[in-house]
Design a protein around this ligand. Structure first.
Ligand code: THU
Length: 128
């Protein structure tokens, strides 16, 4: 595995520490690598009005987009799950909006790792 991917995993794990998850008690961390190799991190942030909660991946992507970055090489996602942490459908759609070829590095706390491209995670994506 590329060493930059390991750095993304380390940064995602650190970002997970900032997760605000009083309702689910399920913290998730993400770290996004832009085309020019800048790293943006994110964590899930929940709300008492549960539908307002946002996933770690979208926080990282929206932080980067709001800074002017729209092209991404990879994103690492980590959570405490049996399987490597797979992004939800909404986050997959957002990944596809910007970078269908980006590598999605799915990890759990046991360091099980699965890597797939965003476009493999959301085939037949909605487009117009
Ligand atoms: N969550 C993420 O942050 N990313 C995912 O890919 C899946 C789910 C969050 C949403 C919610 O705050 C918590 O995990 C439990 O579903």
């Amino acid at each position: 595995m590329e060493s930059i991917f390991q750095e993304l995993i380390d940064r995602a794990l650190k970002a997970r520490g900032s997760a605000y998850t009083p309702y689910s008690k399920f913290p998730v961390g993400a770290a996004l690598l832009t085309e020019d190799e800048k790293i943006y991190t994110g964590c899930n942030i929940e709300n008492t009005s549960l539908g307002l909660s946002i996933c770690a991946e979208r926080v990282a992507i929206f932080k980067a987009v709001s800074d002017g970055f729209r092209s991404f090489k990879a994103i690492a996602v980590i959570c405490d799950n049996i399987a490597p942490c797979a992004p939800c459908g909404a986050c997959r759609q957002v990944m596809m909006e910007f970078s269908p070829d980006m590598e999605v590095i799915m990890v759990n706390l046991q360091d099980n790792i699965k890597i797939k491209k965003a476009k493999e995670l959301l085939p037949d994506v909605f487009k117009r």
